[in-house]
Design a binder for this molecule. Structure first.
Ligand code: SF4
Ligand code: SF4
Length: 535
């Protein structure tokens, strides 16, 4: 393996590794615009210039493979001067509109200008004018004056999404990034181009002008959009109420996980935060009034009402059962407590899934057909994934044999004929809906219990491959909402069952001790990149 020295530090690396990659392993972060570890290397922007002994000219670190005995200097006056000149050239036609640019605060041009630029512009000529605020796709706007032609977005569309929408047109200082004629940047991964654009040329419609990035907080979490379990960073705006129209969660960004999504996420998952702050949230326990409306109530009253109906149904009778329709949208912790609840009270009419009427979209890259984040976790916890279990409960409802049915999260309209469903749910004596948002199903309920939404709680999801990954609380539950396990704890207490856990970590520790698939796992071992289930 070649041995290389960078800034006096030695490192052995595999053949084919380039200087910028070797430097990174030594903790030396060289500036870059065009280089991105997930894309092919083009050596286009030249900002990563370094001095290499025995080479007369400065070399681009991203494009130069290491050779045995190579000695590299990254901080010499010559290297710094080279980068400064490159930066000056890149800024020749770049508008000085940082105060109104959405990228301000996370822009590589700004950052490197402060680190290595800091010159007075020699430009007296007018800057070239190019297209501004071009609507190039359902989610992305282009300001081509700000583009530094690094081609990251072009390579992303050619190599990752393989949709080939973008190209560089014209020559010299008139060269411009644009979609091909009659094309739009419209693929299932389009917003990743915004993430990797090092400047403010590509911005996201949903986020632009909503909040200044320096006011945002970031929390590691997992996308709930499908069973892939892409790692994400939840960006929240809690410091400035008047920004983003009061939205607390303002955007999701993909978070690198070599074993799951690498640097990317899909556009569907990207917007899975939208229901968190929307008007469909259930923010307080509710009871149906006699006229089809809702009355807000306290947790005590709502829980007492549910418990009273369950107590009345016990001992279970063949024609007055208690049905539990759990959801693979729930965390492992919620499902574990629910399993204990069912076992203790002898509830055996338990379902978990709904078969969608139409086959959900999937692809060969990230997007999975299963639109739930925790189906694998539910299976490991012993929930019966067979849709016959769901149909069985549905039949009991339809046949007027359910005294109580507790539905977690699901909108059953996704899987059943609306009229038939209305009859089935209408025949349940007491229908309880537990979830963060109202839906068609919740409207049939007699009691609504508000559950915390995924960015509002701690816990874990298990992805399709059996990787257990952590969610972290990014914002407090809205209104009176609570994680499902806490709701079950309240209900258990009313029913004479002790749920001893104080926090999600306690539940996960118990899970690791009592469920073989989770043996030996705890939050520390799961860490930030996840851990595999046993077997
Ligand atoms: S739009 Fe952004 S990512 Fe695309 S070439 Fe221009 S600077 Fe690079
Ligand atoms: S592929 Fe699935 S998990 Fe990944 S971002 Fe899209 S919806 Fe979310």
């Amino acid at each position: 393996m070649p041995l290389i020295t960078i800034d006096g530090k030695q490192i052995e690396v595999e053949k084919g590794v380039t200087v910028i990659q070797a430097a990174e392993r030594l903790g030396i972060n060289l500036p870059r615009y065009c280089y991105h570890p997930g894309l092919s290397i083009v050596g286009q922007c030249r900002i990563c210039l370094v001095e290499i002994e025995k080479m007369p000219k400065l070399q681009v670190a991203c494009y130069t493979p290491v050779t045995d005995g190579m000695v590299v200097h990254t901080q010499t006056p010559k290297a710094m001067r080279g980068r400064k000149d490159v930066l000056e050239l890149l800024l020749v036609n770049h508008p000085l509109d940082c105060p109104v640019c959405d990228q301000a605060g996370e822009c590589y041009l700004q950052d490197y200008y402060m680190k290595i630029g800091q010159y007075d512009s020699k430009m007296v000529e007018d800057k070239n004018k190019k297209h501004k605020a071009l609507d190039i796709g359902p989610h992305v706007m282009l300001d081509s004056e700000r583009c530094i032609l690094c081609t990251r977005c072009v390579r992303f569309c050619n190599e990752v999404s393989k949709s080939n929408e973008l190209g560089i047109f014209n020559r010299g200082d008139h060269a411009e990034l644009l979609p091909y004629p009659d094309r739009r940047l419209d693929n299932n991964y389009s917003v990743n181009t915004v993430d990797i654009c090092p400047v403010g040329a590509l911005t996201e419609k949903d986020f632009r002008f909503e909040a200044r990035v320096w006011y945002l907080q970031q929390t590691d979490s997992i996308c709930p959009g499908c069973s892939m379990g892409c790692n994400v960073s939840v960006h929240t705006n809690t410091e400035r109420d008047h920004h983003a129209e009061g939205r607390r969660v303002v955007r999701l960004k993909p978070r690198y996980n070599a074993e799951v999504n690498k640097w990317w996420m899909c556009d569907f998952g990207r917007y899975s935060y939208q229901p968190v702050d929307d008007s469909s949230r259930i923010t307080a326990p509710m009871l149906k009034d006699g006229k089809g409306g809702w009355i807000e109530t306290s947790w005590e009253v709502a829980i007492e009402a549910v418990a009273a109906k369950i107590k009345k149904a016990l001992p279970l009778k063949k024609n007055a059962q208690v049905g539990i329709w759990a959801s693979p949208q729930m965390t492992n912790e919620d499902l574990f407590v629910l399993r204990q609840f069912n076992q203790k009270l002898g509830f055996n009419q338990v379902a978990i899934g709904v078969t969608p009427k139409e086959k959900p979209f999937s692809d060969e890259f990230l997007i999975k057909e299963d639109k739930n984040p925790n189906t694998r976790g539910a299976a490991a916890l012993g929930y019966n994934l067979d849709m016959e279990a769901s149909r069985g409960i549905y039949r009991l409802a339809f046949d007027n044999q359910l005294a109580v049915l507790i539905i977690f999260h699901h909108d059953l309209a996704a899987g059943f004929d609306p009229q038939h469903l209305a009859t089935a749910l209408g025949n349940v004596q007491t229908l309880v809906f537990v979830g963060p948002n109202r839906n068609t199903t919740s409207e049939f309920a007699h009691i609504l219990l508000p559950a915390a939404s995924w960015p509002e709680k701690e816990g874990t999801f298990t992805n399709f491959a059996g990787r257990v990954q952590r969610l972290h609380q990014a914002v407090a539950p809205l209104g009176d909402a609570r994680p499902e396990w806490q709701i079950l704890k309240l209900l258990g207490k009313e029913l004479g069952m002790s749920v001893p856990y104080l926090e999600a970590a306690d539940i996960f520790a118990a899970l690791g001790q009592s469920v073989p698939a989770f043996a030996g796992l705890n939050y520390e071992r799961v860490g930030n990149s996840g851990a595999m289930l046993k077997g």
